[in-house]
Ligand binder design. Structure first.
Ligand SMILES: CC(C)(COP(=O)(O)OP(=O)(O)OC[C@H]1O[C@@H](n2cnc3c(N)ncnc32)[C@H](O)[C@@H]1OP(=O)(O)O)[C@@H](O)C(=O)NCCC(=O)NCCS
Length: 153
């Protein structure tokens, strides 16, 4: 299959199922091989046992090519219920075809229909590409900053 044919591949967004774990972990491995990212294997494994109502996968030509893992949480000041994006990952062979944008938009539609107040993601301040993607999808930088206490192992 050529790249051009892939760009025309039909993308289908559907709710994530526990059976998607192997495909998701395969994409995760592919991403971490391409670019140094956090290891989120445990997070995915843990989450797939729980509620998946805010998580989606993207299929391209019937294969899982991307996923978004999100959950409801109460955060901020004042505390409000929001949808929090934990992980967004797309198979590097399918980058720049709008798959991440479709996944985020599916999440936004779902959160809006569930009457959540907002959708939030933590983004590295140096990752201008990811920031650009979310800016284009209508996200705006908030006023919260992250404080972390790291434990020595
Ligand atoms: C970040 C990530 C999810 C983006 O996935 P993606 O499917 O390539 O994202 P999109 O295609 O929706 O958007 C990416 C770019 O492609 C462009 N694009 C979208 N459709 C396109 C098309 N048909 N043709 C060309 N470009 C297109 C978008 O405008 C966007 O431009 P930008 O990079 O300048 O912002 C993916 O690169 C990834 O998995 N990265 C590693 C993991 C990671 O960093 N995850 C986020 C933190 S949890």
């Amino acid at each position: 299959m050529t790249t051009i044919e892939r760009r025309e591949s039909k993308i289908r967004i559907r709710p994530m199922e526990p059976e998607d774990i192997d495909s998701i972990l395969a994409i995760d491995r592919k991403i971490t091989g391409v670019r140094r990212a956090i290891t989120y294997t445990d997070l995915i494994t843990g989450d797939l046992g729980g509620a998946l109502d805010l998580s989606f996968v993207a299929e391209a030509n019937g294969e899982v090519a991307g996923f978004i893992l999100a959950r409801r949480t109460y955060v901020g000041e004042p505390v409000t219920e929001v949808g929090l994006i934990q992980i967004l990952g797309v198979d590097p062979d399918y980058w720049h075809q709008g798959i991440a944008s479709k996944l985020v938009n599916a999440l936004l539609d779902t959160c809006q229909s569930k009457q959540l107040n907002a959708v939030r993601i933590m983004v590295n301040e140096r990752d201008s590409q990811l920031q650009g993607l979310f800016q284009r999808l209508g996200f705006r930088r908030g006023k919260l900053i992250d404080y972390t206490k790291t434990f020595e192992s």
